[in-house]
Each structure stands twice: as C-alpha cells, then as structure tokens.
Design a binder for this molecule. Structure first.
Ligand SMILES: [Zn+2]
Length: 189
C-alpha cells in the first residue's frame, strides 16, 4: 500500500508540474496568437480608411510598403509555427493535468478505500495520465520547463526537493539540476 501511495504522490506531483508548464505555454502562445491576429487586420484597416476617404491613397501605399512585407512574414511564420494549435494543446494539457492532480490527491485523501480499491482507481488514473503524457510528448517539452514545473509543484506542496533538499518558496531558479536551472524569464524555455 505504501508503494501505491508513493506512486500516486509522484504522479500527482508530475501532473501538477506539467499543468504549470502548460499554463505558462498557454499564456505565451495566447500573446502570440492575439498579436498576430490583430496585426493581420492592419491592411484591411488601411484599405477601409482609404475607402471611407479618411486617408490619402498615396499615404496608404507608403504605409503598406513599409509594413506589408513584415506583416506577410509574420503571418507565414505564425502558420508555420502553428501557434494556434500549440495554444490549444497547452490549454488542453493544463486542464487535464490539473484534473489528474486533483484526482490523485482525492484518492490519497480518501480514508475509506482499501488496497484493492486504491490499486483499481490508481490504474484508471494512470491510463488517463499515460494517454495525456503521450499527447504532451508531441509538444516537445524541454527539460528546463519540466524543472520549472517541478519547482512550482514542490512550492505549492511545501515539499522539499529530493536532490537539493530545499523547499522552494519562490520561482527563482537555483543551480539544482532537478528543481532549478531554468531561464529566469517565464516566457523563455
Ligand atoms: Zn532541487
């Protein structure tokens, strides 16, 4: 039973850390998607303003000459890098991992379950967890992101890191190879 509980704790910690890193990714891609969508509207706004007589067509041509190519490049880049899909994947994973973390914690807190029931419920969660981990693999999570996520999960739980034996109280990276060594800025990976 102790081994099963330990497995559930480890899985909850992992799910919590993964939820954290995908929430951050979601925030990052949301900014990219929103900005590129807004900028893509610039040509339509310029043309519309000319049509309404609010802008000299020669000025409009000059404006588009300056911003046209950067805007086209931006939209090609946004399509090639699949920001929209990455944003959707991050949101999906953050949600599922959050639910998994809650479910593991609920199972651990339930004093009425015997060993057989615990094992059965853990297996169900592990199957869901495994499917999500497969999906997450396609998102190419970096080791630094995993360490940042683990630090966040340890901090939430008030637990110490098994390697540096420190309880994280903030998200400032240390030189620990398990709960540190990630870029200080949240948008970098
Ligand atoms: Zn550590």
């Amino acid at each position: 039973m102790d081994r099963l509980r330990e497995e559930a704790w480890d899985r909850a910690l992992h799910a919590d850390g993964t939820a954290y890193l995908f929430k951050q990714r979601g925030r990052f891609y949301k900014i990219l998607v929103t900005t590129s969508t807004a900028l893509a509207l610039v040509p339509a706004i310029v043309v519309g303003t000319v049509a309404l007589g609010g802008l000299d067509p020669r000025v409009a041509v000059a404006v588009m000459g300056v911003v046209g190519i950067p805007l086209a490049l931006l939209s090609v880049w946004s399509l090639a890098a699949n920001w929209q899909d990455r944003y959707a994947a991050a949101t999906q994973s953050a949600g599922v991992n959050q639910q998994l973390d809650d479910a593991y914690k609920q199972l651990l807190a339930d004093a009425t379950v015997d060993e057989a029931e615990f094992r059965r419920r853990l297996q169900v969660l592990q199957t869901q967890d495994g499917a999500q981990r497969d999906r997450d693999l396609n998102q190419h999570v970096t080791d630094a992101e995993m360490r940042r996520g683990l630090r966040a999960a340890l901090r939430t739980r008030g637990k110490e890191c098994s390697t540096c034996n420190l309880k994280p109280t903030d998200m400032k990276p240390t030189d620990c190879g398990v709960c540190g060594e990630f870029p200080r800025q949240w948008w970098r990976r």
